[in-house]
Ligand binder design. Structure first.
Ligand code: PHE
Length: 455
C-alpha cells in the first residue's frame, strides 16, 4: 500500500479543510435557515453552537485523525481496540451520502443559474419574475434531474481521475476571490434602501422566537456548515503532519466559515427587505434574491457569472470532501478499488439525488414524516445524524481515549504551549456532549412533558 500522503504546507491543511467547510452551507443554507427561524435569535444560538460545540468537535475529529493517520473506523479501532465507538463511521457514511444527494440538487441549480447568467437570461427581470424563474426550474422534473446528474458527473470525474488536489488548488486560489466578491456584494447591499431593516433582522435578536425547531436548526446548521460530525475532518486530519497546530487550525476554520455565513446574511437580508421578499422563503431564498441584487448593480451580467462560478467551485470542494468519506471507507476497509468505490458512491447519489430533485415536482406529494425527500434528507442528516456523530466523537476523545495521546496531539508532543487546552478539553468532555443531548431532549419535548408532570 502506498504511504498515505501528508499535507506538506500549513496552507494546504487549512485550505483543504476550509474548502470542505465553505460551500452552499454558508451561502445558501445559512441565510434561509436564519430567515425561516426569525433572524437574530437564530444567529445568536448559531454562534454559540459554533464556538461551544463546533470548535471542540472539530478538535476531537482532528485529534483522532492525526493521532492515527487512519480513516475513522480503523482509527477508533486502533485507539480503543474492539470499541463500539467505531460504528460512528457508519453515521458518517450514511450522512455523507444523504448530504451529497440533496447538495447536488442545489449545486445543480447553481450550474443552471450560471448557464442562465452566461446566456444573459438572468438580467432585466422584476423580483417577482425571479420567483417564477426559480419555480419553473425546480418545477421541471427533467431540468432539475439533469443538472443534478451533470453536477454529480463532474464530481465523479474529479474523484475518478484523482485530480481533487488540483481542484482544491484552483479552489484555494478562488476562495480569496470569493471572499472579496462577497465583501463587494455586502457593500452594495448595505447601500440598498432598506438595509437597516435587514441588519436589524439579523442582529437584533428577539428571543421570544426561540423554539425547539430553531435550536435544533441552529445546531444542525453549525454542524453542516463546519462539515462536522461525519468524520470528514477526521479523514482530512489523518493527512496532517505533526507540526499542524490543531486548536489553532480548528479555530481558524470555524472563524473563516462563520465570517462567510455572516457575510452571506448581510448580502441577502438587506436585499430581502428592499425588494419586498419574504425572509421565510426557505431553500429558494438565495436563488430569488441574488439575481435581483445583480440586476441593480452596474455590470450585473458579469457579477452574476463571477459569483455563480465561485459558488460552483465552493460546492465542488465540499462534495469532494464528503465523497472521500465513503471512498476512503470502501478502499481502506473493504479493499475495493478506488474506481469501484467512486462509481458506487456516485451511483447511490444519482438515485437519491434524483429523488430529491423530483421532490420539488412530480414527487412533491410523497412525504415521510411530513417532509419531502429533499427536506427529509436535509433534516435527518444535518439536524440528527451530524450532531449524533459529533456527540460520539466528543465522548470518545473526552472519556475513552488515552489522555496522554490527546494532550500530545493538542500540544504537538509538548512543543506547543497551549493555554486554551483546558477549556477546550472541558468543552469536549462536558459542554458539547451535554448540550447535544439536552437539545435532542428539548426537541422531542421531554422538558414540556416533565414540566407538565411537575406543575
Ligand atoms: N460544510 C459544507 C458547506 O457548508 C457542506 C458539507 C457538509 C461538506 C458535510 C462536507 C461534509 O457547504
Amino acid at each position: 500500500m502506498s504511504e498515505r500522503a501528508q499535507f506538506v504546507t500549513k496552507m494546504g491543511v487549512i485550505a483543504a479543510s476550509v474548502g470542505s467547510a465553505v460551500g452552499l452551507g454558508n451561502i445558501w443554507r445559512f441565510p434561509y435557515e436564519a430567515g425561516m427561524h426569525g433572524g437574530g435569535a437564530f444567529i445568536c444560538i448559531y454562534l454559540l453552537c459554533v464556538f461551544l460545540l463546533g470548535i471542540p468537535v472539530i478538535i476531537a475529529e482532528f485529534v483522532i485523525g492525526r493521532a492515527t493517520h487512519k480513516n475513522a473506523n480503523s482509527a477508533i479501532n486502533l485507539l480503543a481496540p474492539g470499541s463500539k465507538f467505531r460504528y460512528v463511521s457508519y453515521i458518517g457514511i450514511i450522512s455523507s451520502v444523504m448530504i451529497l444527494s440533496f447538495y447536488s440538487v442545489v449545486a445543480g441549480w447553481i450550474i443552471e443559474y450560471l448557464f442562465q447568467s452566461i446566456i444573459g437570461n438572468l438580467n432585466g427581470h422584476s423580483p417577482e419574475d425571479y420567483s417564477n424563474i426559480f419555480n419553473s426550474l425546480v418545477g421541471s422534473p427533467w431540468r432539475s434531474v439533469l443538472w443534478t446528474i451533470l453536477f454529480l458527473g463532474i464530481n465523479f470525474l474529479i474523484l475518478r481521475k484523482g485530480i481533487q488536489k488540483g481542484i482544491e488548488r484552483i479552489s484555494n486560489l478562488l476562495m480569496p476571490i470569493l471572499f472579496l466578491l462577497l465583501i463587494i456584494f455586502c457593500i452594495n447591499s448595505l447601500l440598498l434602501p432598506k438595509a437597516k431593516e435587514g441588519l436589524e433582522f439579523m442582529f437584533s435578536p428577539d428571543f421570544s422566537q426561540v423554539s425547539p425547531s430553531m435550536i435544533i436548526g441552529a445546531m444542525g446548521q453549525a454542524f453542516f456548515s463546519l462539515s462536522l460530525g461525519l468524520t470528514c475532518l477526521l479523514t482530512y486530519a489523518s493527512y496532517f503532519n505533526d507540526k499542524t497546530p490543531l486548536i489553532k487550525t480548528a479555530t481558524i476554520i470555524a472563524i473563516l466559515d462563520t465570517c462567510v455565513a455572516i457575510l452571506a446574511g448581510v448580502i441577502i437580508f438587506p436585499a430581502v427587505f428592499s425588494f419586498g421578499a419574504e425572509p421565510t422563503a426557505g431553500p429558494k431564498l438565495v436563488f430569488e434574491i441574488l439575481p435581483s441584487i445583480f440586476n441593480q448593480m452596474p455590470g450585473g451580467y458579469l457579477w452574476s457569472i463571477a459569483l455563480f462560478t465561485l459558488l460552483f467551485f465552493a460546492s465542488i470542494t465540499s462534495t469532494i470532501s464528503m465523497s472521500e468519506i465513503f471512498i476512503t471507507f470502501c478502499t481502506e476497509e473493504h479493499n475495493m478499488s478506488r474506481k469501484k468505490a467512486t462509481r458506487l458512491n456516485t451511483g447511490i447519489a444519482l438515485v437519491l439525488g434524483s429523488l430529491c430533485a423530483l421532490s420539488f415536482n412530480v414527487l412533491s406529494d410523497i412525504k415521510v414524516f411530513d417532509k419531502t425527500f429533499f427536506d427529509l434528507f436535509d433534516y435527518v442528516s444535518s439536524n440528527i445524524l451530524l450532531p449524533a456523530g459529533g456527540f460520539i466523537l466528543a465522548v470518545f476523545v473526552g472519556w475513552v481515549m488515552n489522555k496522554n495521546i490527546v494532550a500530545n496531539q493538542l500540544t504537538n508532543n509538548g512543543t506547543l504551549n497551549v493555554r486554551t487546552m483546558r477549556p477546550i478539553l472541558f468543552c469536549i468532555r462536558y459542554i458539547a456532549p451535554l448540550a447535544i443531548i439536552l437539545i435532542f431532549l428539548y426537541v422531542i419535548g421531554l422538558f414540556d412533558s416533565l414540566a407538565a408532570l411537575l406543575f
